[in-house]
Design a protein around this ligand. Structure first.
Ligand SMILES: [Zn+2]
Length: 461
């Protein structure tokens, strides 16, 4: 479909019919993102004050937190004061899920979602309507940073859910058609699907190519080996895993387009993205307040900074100083691209190893979380690859892990890795997780060609 028609006609009309605030949020973001850093901090502080006052009154969990620390929202007079506010951990959410939900927010406006998280541990939570509208606006705005506009053709080499019902498949196909989107599963990338994908992409001619660094670099190599001409989209966006410099290079070479790094998660949606300057990832500071907390790695004694996220829009289930279990640093100086938004640097989140399958497929962390997240009987897990054709799934049980569940996992793994892949299960009482090791829930002991490069989130340093 013509991008111009989508952008100027269909999209605004669609938003009008939905009667939502997406375009209003977008206007606000356009206004805030170019302000001086001090003004942006002031904007965050005003939003935070409202959220704290609301949470203290209407959210049982936070009523209790304020009582416990003997404080009232008004006692926090600045963002610096707020650094003394307790951290919200995943275990707190698991233990207090219902108490974290607002008593006054209309329940029908809450949408349940879940994440496998980087520790391979399931977490269920709710996102409210205004928050999901702000997320949509934020995605549009971040795309603008890299030259992509509403209606531009987007191809995704992405994790697709397993066992999607037929009715949903049709709905998704329709939505993809209306939004100029082509979805290719990153989990089926054997020799024949690579050829099929290449043909589809050449026909589709994407403006934006999106994918995991592992899948896209694997795909890029195949393109180069087969002598495919670069597709030359306007931009390539990578997300979901740490981006290595060698991956950026091979993807840029194969696609003939700049690669931009993106950081997001299911709990908050898009949090940060590189602009054209590619010197750190700009944080969506209007939506989320990111702070750091100093921690010491118990294994190495190394001093690290852990990221804490406060969602400034989600009143339905407020996440205040949530430990997202990623590491990083934040800088507030103005970027040469003109944005006043702070930048995230040296993120060490999502440093997944990748399973290299006998059929040539590469399966990063997201494959395993999407597959194992909903399998009954598995709580936390670790996937260890010791040989090319065998993996061990070590896990902590929650309830009974049935033969049926076991067969299901093996079947799905073999669909993605080929029939030669052997799968062993190992029930463990505990999985050892240090601050850095907790991100490594996929451990490859066979090595991955070219994967020894430094983790790269800001290429010019
Ligand atoms: Zn910038």
């Amino acid at each position: 479909m013509n991008p111009f028609i989508i952008r100027k006609l269909l999209y605004p009309l669609y938003r009008k019919i939905k009667r939502d605030r997406v375009l209003a949020y977008l206007d606000e973001m356009h206004r805030i993102e170019r302000l001086e850093p001090e003004e942006i901090r002031q904007f965050q502080w005003e939003k935070l004050k409202r959220l704290l006052a609301y949470a203290a009154t209407h959210v049982p969990y936070y009523r209790q937190v304020f009582r416990r620390i003997g404080a009232e929202p008004g006692d926090f007079k600045s963002l610096d004061d707020f650094e003394a506010f307790p951290v919200l951990r995943k275990r707190d959410i698991k233990a207090n899920k219902e108490d974290l939900i607002s008593e006054t927010y209309p329940r029908k406006w809450l949408q349940e979602d879940s994440t496998g998280g980087s520790t391979g541990e399931n977490l269920y939570f709710y996102v409210d309507r205004s928050s999901s509208e702000a997320r949509r606006a934020n995605n549009i705005r971040m795309n603008e940073w890299i030259g992509i506009r509403i209606g531009d053709r987007t191809a995704l080499l992405w994790g697709t859910r397993f066992d999607v019902e037929k009715s949903k498949q049709i709905k998704n196909a329709l939505r993809n058609w209306f939004s100029n989107t082509l979805l290719l599963s990153a989990y089926r990338m054997d020799e024949s699907s690579v050829d099929e994908y290449l043909q589809k992409l050449s026909r589709f001619k994407p403006d934006l190519m999106v994918g995991y660094p592992s899948a896209l670099s694997h795909f890029s190599r195949a393109m180069l080996e087969r002598g495919y001409k670069p597709l030359k989209p306007k931009a390539v966006l990578v997300s979901g895993e740490t981006l290595y410099e060698w991956q950026r290079e091979v993807i840029e070479q194969a696609f003939g387009a700049p690669v931009y790094n993106h950081y997001g998660c299911r709990e908050f949606g898009a949090l940060a993205r590189e602009c054209e300057a590619r010197e750190g990832l700009h944080i969506a500071a209007e939506r989320a307040l990111l702070q750091v907390e100093h921690v010491t790695d118990s294994a190495t004694g190394e001093s690290l900074t852990e990221l804490l996220v406060t969602d400034l829009d989600n009143y339905g289930m407020p996440f205040i100083r949530y430990a997202i279990e990623d590491l990083g640093t934040i800088r507030w100086d103005r970027c040469k691209c003109g944005l006043g938004l702070p930048r995230l640097e040296s993120t060490i989140g999502r440093t997944f190893d990748v399973v290299k399958a006998p059929n040539g497929n590469y399966l990063g962390g997201t494959f395993w979380t999407i597959l194992l997240r909903k399998v009954k009987g598995i709580d936390r897990f670790q996937v260890i690859q010791e040989e090319v054709d065998s993996i061990t799934i070590a896990f902590i049980a929650s309830g009974e892990f049935t033969d049926e569940a076991r067969k299901y996992v093996i079947e799905k793994v073999r669909e993605a890795c080929g029939p030669r892949m052997k799968v062993r299960f190992e029930l463990k009482p505990e999985l050892e997780l240090t601050p850095t090791a907790k991100h490594r829930f996929v451990i490859s002991k066979i090595g991955l060609e070219g994967s020894t490069g430094e983790a790269d989130t800001h290429r010019n340093e």
